[in-house]
Design a protein. Structure first.
Length: 590
C-alpha cells in the first residue's frame, strides 16, 4: 500500500514490519513521534524511560535477551546514553539493536547543534542515513539486519527535515517477525571486565574491517553519474538539496555514513574533475573523506555555512547558480515573542523570582521561557538536570554572599526524573544549601505532553487515550517523599497558581540561606487541563504595567498603555487578578 508518512511514522512502520519486539526511548524533538507511532501496534511493547541512558540500557538488555529492540532519542540524548553506547559497541548484540537519533541542524528546538555521525565513528557502529520517508522505512529494517549480521548495535540518523517531512512510502500490512532469539548466557561477551573488554575490542576491530567491505558493495551507498565535471558526496536531507540545486552534478549518496567505503569513494573522486562534500552543521564528511587521501575542492563561490541547516538556495549560492530572489516577509507584521501559554502554572514562580532579583539556574522544558522578556528571570540553561547541580556550584562560588542575590535552581517534573534526582543527591550528600524548585505540571509539556515517572502515566496508556491527569496504572512518583528520602529536611508543596503562597514559599526559603529547601510547585499544564473559567474585566486601569509584565499572551495594552484582555486567549486563571496592585482586574460578582 502507498502511504504519505513522515520520517518518524515511516521508521515506526518499518520497525513493526521487521518484527521489532521492544521500543524504548525518551521524548525529544524531532524523534518523539517514532515511539508514539510504534506503540500503536499492540504486538510491540513500548515504554518511555526516565532518560536516554536508561532507555538504551533497557534496549541493550532486551536485545541481549534475544528481542529486536529499537531505542529512540534526539541528538543530545545520545550524550546522555553515551556511556552504555561506548561499551555495548564492543559487547555486541543477540537480537538486533538499533539506536534512532534525530538531529536538529539550525537548533529549531534544542540546546545545541551536534552531528550524531561523530558518535557512530567514535563508537565504531554502523550509521545509516535515510534521505526521505521511503528510505527511512527501508533503512530501519536494513539497520536491524546489519545489527544481527555483524553482531553490533547500529544507528539510524535522521534530521528534523527527514523526521517531519511527509513523502510516499510503500508499506506492507503484515509484519515479518523473526521472533525471539534464544538467550544463551555468554559472560565473555557481555561482562566488560578488562580481560573480556580487551578481547571484545579486538573483535570490534575485526567487525570494522568486515563493515568496510560491506560498505564497498552495499546498495545503501549509491553512485549516480551525470557527468564528469562535478562530483558531490552527500547524505540524508543534503542529498535532496543537492539534487534540487545542482541537477546535473554526479552524486555519491552515502546511505551508510560510517564506515565509509574508501575504494568506492576514491573511484568516484577519480571519475570527476572536482569533488566536493555537501553537509550541514558539521565537517564529518570533510574530515573523514579527506583522511582517506581524497582531495576535496572548495565550492567556486565559497564554502558552505559551517552552522545551521542547508537549503537548496545555500547550495546554489556556493556553486554560483542563480537562485530565485529571496521573498522578504511583508513589513509591519506583528512580532510574537515565544511565551508561556495563557494560564501556564510556571508563570507566577518566574514573576516572583524576577521581582526578588534571584539568580536562577534554569533547566530545559517549557519553563526555559522564564528567560524570555518580560519575565527575564532565568540566568542559565545548559543541559537537562543542570539547574540543581549548577545552583550548588553557584553556592560554592559564594554568589549569594558576593552579589546579595539568592540563588534558586528551577527544574520541571520530567527533567527532575531525567537527571535532577542525582543532582539533588549530590547537593544533599555534600551538605549544600540553597533553594531548589520543582515545577510539577503533571506532564512533559515541552515535547507534547508525554507521561513521565512523576505522573506515572505510561506510553501504552497514553496512546490508548489516557490524559496525564487520570489515575494511571503505573506508579506516580511522590516528589516530596523522594526529596525527604534523599535527606532534604525542608520540603514544601505549593499551589503554583496561588500568588501569595508562591511568594511566601520563595521568600521563606531564600531567607534560610544556610539550609537546603525544596519547593514542589503543583498545578497542571493548561494543555492537559483544558477547563476555562470566567474571563475577568478591567475597570479604571492605571497603566502601571504589572499585569503586562506577567508576559501573558492574553493581555495587551491600548494606545494609552492601559491593559486589555484578549477574550479568545484568556482562560480565566486569575494570575492577573492576583497581580494587579489596585484591584482593577476582577471577575463579575467578585
Ligand atoms: C538530553 C535531552 N533529552 C531530551 C530533550 C528534549 N526535552 C526538552 S525539555 C524536555 C522535558 C520537559 O518536561 P518538564 O521538565 O516536565 O517541563 P515542562 O516542559 O513540562 O515544563 C525534554 C524531554 C532535551 N532537550 N535534552
Amino acid at each position: 500500500m502507498k502511504e504519505l508518512l513522515s520520517g518518524n511514522e515511516a521508521i515506526a512502520q518499518g520497525a513493526w514490519e521487521c518484527g521489532v519486539e521492544i521500543g524504548v526511548g525518551y521524548p525529544g524533538t524531532p524523534s518523539t513521534e517514532t515511539l508514539e507511532n510504534l506503540s500503536k501496534h499492540d504486538v510491540v511493547y513500548c515504554e518511555w524511560a526516565p532518560n536516554e541512558k536508561v532507555a538504551l540500557e533497557v534496549a541493550i538488555g532486551s536485545a541481549m535477551g534475544g528481542a529486536r529492540s529499537l531505542v529512540t532519542m534526539k541528538h543530545v540524548g545520545v550524550n546522555v546514553a553515551a556511556d552504555p553506547l561506548m561499551s555495548v559497541c564492543n559487547a555486541g548484540v543477540n537480537g538486533g539493536l538499533v539506536l534512532l537519533c534525530a538531529d536538529d541542524p539550525s537548533i529549531f528546538s534544542s540546546q545545541n547543534e551536534q552531528d550524531s555521525r561523530n558518535y557512530a565513528a567514535f563508537a565504531r557502529v554502523p550509521m545509516l542515513e535515510p534521505a526521505d520517508s521511503s528510505e527511512a522505512h527501508e533503512f530501519i529494517q536494513r539497520a536491524f539486519d546489519i545489527s544481527e549480521q555483524f553482531d553490533t548495535p547500529a544507528m539510524l540518523r535522521e534530521s528534523m527535515r527527514i523526521a517531519h517531512t511527509k513523502t510516499l512510502v510503500e508499506t506492507c500490512d503484515t509484519a515479518n517477525k523473526p521472533g525471539l532469539k534464544p538467550f544463551e548466557p555468554t559472560p565473555s561477551k557481555y561482562v566488560m571486565v578488562p580481560a573480556n573488554a580487551r578481547a571484545r575490542r579486538l573483535a570490534a576491530d575485526e567487525r570494522t574491517d568486515q563493515l568496510i567491505e560491506f560498505a564497498e558493495t552495499t546498495d545503501l551507498n549509491r553512485v549516480e553519474m551525470r557527468g564528469n565535471e562535478i562530483g558531490i558526496i552527500c547524505s540524508g536531507a543534503c542529498y535532496q538539496h543537492v539534487r534540487e540545486a545542482l541537477p546535473d552534478a554526479s552524486t555519491f549518496k552515502l546511505g551508510m555514513s560510517w564506515p565509509l567505503p574508501p575504494k568506492k569513494l576514491a573511484e568516484f573522486a577519480a571519475a570527476v574533475d572536482h569533488v566536493y562534500v555537501v553537509e550541514e552543521a558539521c565537517d564529518y564528511f570533510a574530515v573523514h573523506v579527506s583522511a582517506l587521501g581524497i582531495k576535496l575542492d572548495v565550492p567556486p563561490c565559497g564554502s558552505l555555512p559551517q552552522a545551521g541547516e542547508l537549503t537548496p538556495a545555500l547550495v546554489k549560492a556556493a556553486f554560483g547558480v542563480e537562485a530565485p530572489a529571496h521573498v522578504a516577509p511583508a513589513e509591519n507584521l506583528p512580532i510574537r515573542f515565544p511565551s508561556l501559554c495563557a494560564g501556564c502554572p510556571h508563570r507566577l514562580v518566574f514573576t516572583t523570582l524576577r521581582d526578588m532579583h534571584a539568580v536562577v539556574t534554569g533547566d530545559i522544558g517549557c519553563y526555559t521561557l522564564g528567560a524570555s522578556a518580560p519575565l527575564n528571570a532565568v540566568h542559565s540553561t545548559i543541559d537537562m538536570g543542570a539547574s540543581l547541580s549548577m545552583a550548588h556550584g553557584m553556592e560554592l562560588a559564594k554568589v549569594p554572599e558576593r552579589t546579595g542575590h539568592p540563588v534558586v535552581g528551577v527544574i520541571g517534573d520530567s527533567t527532575f526524573a531525567h537527571s535532577g534526582i542525582t543532582s539533588l543527591l549530590g547537593t544533599v550528600y555534600n551538605g549544600g544549601a540553597g533553594t531548589l524548585c520543582v515545577l510539577d505540571n503533571r506532564t512533559t509539556a515541552m515535547t507534547g505532553c508525554q507521561g513521565n515517572p512523576c505522573n506515572g502515566v505510561t506510553l501504552t496508556e497514553q496512546v490508548r487515550g489516557m490524559n496525564p491527569l487520570d489515575v494511571p496504572a503505573g506508579k506516580p512518583l511522590n516528589i516530596e517523599n523522594l526529596c525527604r528520602a534523599l535527606g532534604v529536611e525542608d520540603v514544601v508543596s505549593v499551589n503554583s497558581q496561588d500568588l501569595k503562597a508562591v511568594r511566601k514559599a520563595l521568600k521563606d526559603a531564600v531567607k534560610a540561606s544556610d539550609r537546603l529547601f525544596v519547593i514542589v510547585f503543583h498545578s497542571p499544564c493548561r494543555l492537559i487541563d483544558r477547563h476555562r473559567e470566567q474571563v475577568p474585566t478591567i475597570t479604571d486601569c492605571r497603566a502601571c504595567g504589572r499585569c503586562i509584565n506577567l508576559g501573558c499572551p492574553a493581555i495587551g495594552k491600548d494606545e494609552d498603555g492601559r491593559a486589555v484582555i484578549d477574550e479568545t486567549q484568556c482562560i480565566g486563571c486569575d494570575q492577573c487578578v492576583q497581580t494587579c496592585p489596585f484591584g482593577c482586574i476582577a471577575k463579575d460578582g467578585e
